[in-house]
Ligand binder design. Structure first.
Ligand code: MLT
Ligand code: ZN
Length: 468
């Protein structure tokens, strides 16, 4: 494992000189807070937290780190689920939270430039006030930040129709590990000049450069939305319906699946309508567009698809309040699981046609090891969050069974052409599974890219690869 020098008092004084007294935190409450994110069971404290307010300050911090060899771990809203923002080798946690301005909104070219620390929900609301739409909607939208979304290529229910964060990034401002500021991409809808550094940095989990600002694409806000809740009496039926919806051209903006146990757990946090409580599985769909009649026709088409599998009594919610209540069921599941048991989440993604088999496999790997599996997620993307619950197991048995169950599940996922993370990233907690889906030659190219950007390996070490 890599060794790094400790943070010396001279380097700390240098940081305070660059950022001021309030720009550097070393008290134990702050170090504790910046040592965790929303990943289960991991905690790595930094030696100090740096809070720059400008790109120039980010560059100066990285220059100082490069001179002294101190590791730097960039951090957004701390909502990550693979430990990507945790300083596993100590050193500096570089939080972008104070770079949170909207630099400009261009209503002629439909684009916006924002700083990395802007809360995603604030960005969405700011453009919606102008009738515009930034579609990516991670579950944590009210606390995650655009920079973190870019680092992880975050998604959410609407990626089903609109793609993930990367589909909305036109250009970036970023700081290389030696402190050099670069700009990639730009204000055009097309651009094939040279390697696409913008898209290389998106999803690179803060290991190649620190993104400080992004130029994002916008579209007009759809005028109408419908939410459909379809309770199925079998999980197989719900899972099979997913691929059929797309073949039939229903084109949902979101298509989420929750199995019965997920509904059962979330019922402690929100009301489940009577028609849905006994479902073996629930599909929740959002349809959007500018023609309300066309939406109703697509809703009817969705019902026809369901009826090819079984008779389903679909709830169609047209009022915003009714829609909100239905979506709350889905949004609160992760919290309900966390409150119920110690758990480990596997962020599986498979071709849609494998969804039913995925849930069966999840149940089998769990029950073989006295665990419970709770599956829910973005079925339209083939992306299910499989939560393995500890239940009554003692610590040692839990860890052994959890790891064995997860490894068997990911082996199976890779075997059916899926991947070991759909939207949460490799980060720290999924590193051992990357070789299941990246062949040795591809791993070598990834290592070469890391070395080209960060020859001293000081930026977010310990992530993506197991041996750094
Ligand atoms: C979600 O879809 O709710 C999020 O990805 C969070 C999670 O599954 O834990
Ligand atoms: Zn998710």
């Amino acid at each position: 494992m890599t060794r790094f020098p400790p943070l010396s008092s001279e380097t700390l004084a240098g940081l305070r000189h660059l950022l001021g007294e309030t720009g550097v935190l070393t008290d134990s409450v702050s170090l504790g807070a910046y040592g965790v994110d929303e990943t289960e069971e991991v905690d790595f404290r930094p030696a100090a937290v740096a809070l720059p307010e400008t790109t120039e300050q980010v560059a100066a911090v990285l220059q100082l780190a490069a001179q002294t060899g101190i590791p730097v771990t960039p951090r957004g809203g701390g909502t990550g689920l693979s430990g990507g923002a945790l300083p596993v080798f100590g050193g500096l946690s570089l939080s972008l939270e104070r770079l949170n301005r909207i630099r400009f909104l261009d209503q002629t070219n439909l684009m916006i430039e924002v700083e990395a620390g802007l809360i995603t929900g604030d960005l969405k609301r700011a453009v919606e006030e102008k009738g515009l739409f930034y579609p990516p909607d991670p579950a944590s939208h009210d606390s995650c930040q655009i920079g973190g979304n870019i680092a992880e290529d975050a998604a959410g229910p609407r990626s089903c129709k609109y793609g993930t964060t990367r589909n909305w990034v036109l250009g970036l401002e970023a700081v290389l590990p030696d402190g050099t500021v670069i700009r990639t991409g730009g204000a055009t809808r097309k651009n094939v000049a040279g390697y696409n550094l913008t898209q290389l940095l998106v999803g690179s989990e803060g290991t190649l450069a620190v993104v400080t600002a992004a130029l994002l694409k916008l579209i007009n806000l759809p005028r109408f939305r419908l939410t459909l809740a379809a309770p199925f009496s079998t999980l197989q039926g719900a899972a099979q319906a997913v691929s059929r919806l797309f073949v039939a051209g229903v084109d949902p903006a979101s298509c989420e699946l929750m199995e019965a146990r997920a509904l059962d757990l979330v019922s402690s946090l929100t009301a489940i309508p009577e028609q849905l409580v006994d479902a073996a599985a629930l599909l929740l769909l959002e349809l959007d567009g500018d023609d309300d009649q066309a939406l109703l026709e697509r809703a009817a088409r969705a019902s026809e698809v369901f009826d090819t599998l079984e008779e389903v009594e679909v709830i169609v919610a047209q009022e915003a309040g009714d829609q909100r209540r239905l979506w709350e069921i889905r949004e609160k599941i992760a919290i309900a699981v966390r409150e119920y048991s110690v758990y480990k989440e596997a962020d599986t993604v498979v071709p849609r046609s494998e969804l039913a088999n995925l849930v069966e496999k999840a149940r089998q790997v769990a029950s073989d090891r006295q665990l419970e599996a709770v599956c829910y997620g973005h079925a339209g993307d083939g992306n299910l969050h499989v939560n393995l619950l500890r239940g009554d197991l003692d610590e040692a048995t839990w860890k052994e069974n959890r790891d064995a169950a997860e490894a068997e599940l990911f082996d199976w996922v890779a075997g059916v052409g899926g991947s070991v993370t759909g939207e949460h990233g490799i980060g720290w907690s999924q590193r051992r599974y990357l070789p299941l889906v990246a062949q040795p030659a591809a791993m070598k190219v990834m290592r070469g890219l890391k070395a080209a950007f960060d020859p001293r390996g000081i930026l977010n070490p310990g992530k993506i690869f197991t041996d750094r």
